[in-house]
Design a binder for this molecule. Structure first.
Ligand code: C2O
Ligand code: CU
Length: 508
């Protein structure tokens, strides 16, 4: 079969990746690296990037950070299982029930894996709400351990945000009532208890929130859930020989990664779509791995949304990188392919993430709207002075924001409700280069004003709540909170967050 051949070729050509686990382009990093204490040989190795005959230990040495080198390549998805599509739920009488629970899931044929999930044994539903609607998220902790329910990207009062302060003990319930006050977007939810966030997410606690508004309902966009509009949650895991999660055994202080990709919890997924334009809502739901998405055909796709809303115009892209926590919506035009075409989504190392099966019976031509949104960074925002400076620094257990580690009892900043401030976030490189930190702020969507003083690329000119910051980079964000309360800001490499790369802003 043609397809198998293709897979084999990719397998054969797949390379072992070395270097910084979090940096997708090692070459970029050279600019910021201090090579002064490296031997010529070390330099040559590094520059040449020929790691093929190095042992793991040598690679550790070379990189200087033992915990930094465990970058395991992703296995190719063989495409044997149809992708799971999460249940879509909407408020009933204004209420959405969300239960965190544990159970078992058949991820591998014939094997039950112990997992966590929301309203099910593994992962969560897609909760769809509308702008302007007042809803109650009726949360219940049915786990045997405490957890919180955090709404990542939702503009919500601090007491409902579900940060580390809002712990629910086993059996406890909490109603979170709020009015949806932001535009169409793909957001998500996950736990946030101190010391157990990373493990609970790893075991399966993550779900999606879709917000729709009048604009998004009227636009020409694929929007039939599970028909031409699909959520894709990317998470890599390492399974034990018994096909279980053993988080503590594989935990890495610079971010836990695995060789096995799950998309919506499905191992080796394939997705059957029509010969038409299809909307894919991508979430990097991994603890730490970055994903660069591209098509094997080399064809471009259009990005239509960032983390927190639609872009002003569809933006043509040949690839897109998402760091943990980030989302993007893309439109892939399958109308030019047929059922014989081999179309797959690849990552930066050409590992197959997802295979597409084209059903030629399904044809629904759509002309994507040319204008999608009216996002703007105003001159006033561009000219505001920097009033909050944050410096991200460190590796492993020694990760800091402004030289400090997270303390539940310390408020790092305060900001007035409804007032825009410019936050400048600088990722300070270390002697070995450092790594990308995906920086996230709770309870709001921000605007990227500049990256290293330059206007951000077009596909970052939209609402964001998480931004990838490379070593040496400084980004300016226009940040406004619409509600009061205490909010976290942190690196979304979940192990960095737990190691203390997190702080608190109190909105007064
Ligand atoms: Cu997605 Cu503080 O979290
Ligand atoms: Cu980090």
């Amino acid at each position: 079969m043609k397809f198998n051949l293709f897979v084999t070729t990719l397998l054969a050509s797949s390379v072992i990746i070395a270097g910084c686990s979090a940096t997708s382009s090692e070459t970029d990093k050279h600019e910021t690296m201090d090579h002064s204490n490296m031997t010529d040989e070390e330099m040559a190795n590094r520059e040449g990037m020929d790691h093929s005959n190095m042992t793991d230990e040598e690679m550790d040495m070379e990189n200087g950070h033992a915990s930094h080198t465990n970058l395991v390549a992703l296995n190719n998805s063989t495409g044997e299982n149809e992708l799971a599509i999460p249940q879509l739920i909407e408020p009933k009488d204004g209420i959405v029930n969300i239960n965190a629970q544990q159970g078992t899931t058949e991820i591998f044929k014939g094997v039950q894996t112990q997992t966590f999930g929301y309203n099910g044994s593994f992962l969560g539903p897609v909760i769809r709400v509308n702008e302007g609607e007042t809803v109650i998220f009726r949360t219940k902790n049915e786990l045997a351990e405490s957890t919180t329910f955090h709404w990542h990207g939702v503009d919500i009062p601090g007491e409902g945000d579900g940060g580390p302060h809002q712990l629910l003990e086993p059996g406890e319930m909490k109603d979170v009532k709020f009015t949806v006050s932001q535009g169409a977007s793909t957001l998500w939810f996950h736990p946030h208890p101190v010391g157990a966030t990373a493990e609970q997410v790893y075991k399966g606690l993550a779900g999606l929130i879709y917000i729709e508004d009048n604009n998004s309902k009227n636009l020409e966009l694929p929007k039939e859930y599970g028909v031409n509009d699909f959520p894709l949650v990317f998470q890599d895991r390492e399974f034990t020989d018994e096909k279980q999660f053993d988080y503590q055994a594989v935990r890495n202080d610079d971010g836990t990664i695995g060789d096995t990709l799950l998309v919506n919890g499905t191992l080796n997924p394939k997705l059957t779509i029509g010969k038409e334009k299809v909307r894919l809502r991508l979430l990097n739901g991994a603890n730490a791995r970055n994903y660069t998405f591209k098509l094997n055909t080399g064809d471009k796709f259009q990005q239509v949304a960032t983390d927190g809303g639609l872009l002003n115009k569809p933006t043509e892209m040949s690839e897109i990188t998402l760091t943990p926590g980030e989302r993007a919506e893309i439109i892939v035009d399958f109308s030019k392919y047929d059922s014989e075409s081999e179309v797959v989504l690849l990552n930066e190392d050409d590992a197959i993430l997802l295979q597409f099966i084209i059903d030629e019976q399904k044809v629904n031509p759509i002309e994507i709207s040319k204008n999608l949104n009216d996002y703007v960074v105003t001159d006033e925002e561009k000219n505001l002075p920097v009033t909050k400076k944050l410096e991200l620094f460190g590796m492993g257990k020694m990760v800091y924001i402004n030289g400090k580690q997270f303390d539940m009892n310390r408020i790092d900043f305060s900001q007035k409700q409804g007032e825009t401030e410019i936050w400048e976030i600088y990722n300070k490189p270390d002697a070995m280069g450092g790594m990308i930190h995906p920086f996230h702020i709770h309870g709001t969507q921000f605007k990227v004003v500049s990256i290293d003083g330059n206007e951000p690329p077009v596909n970052l000119q939209g609402w964001k709540d998480t931004i990838s910051i490379e070593p040496g980079q400084a980004v300016k964000l226009a940040v406004k909170f619409n509600h009061k309360g205490i909010y976290m800001f942190h690196c979304h490499v979940l192990e960095h967050e737990e190691n203390g790369m997190m702080g608190q802003v109190e909105v007064i």
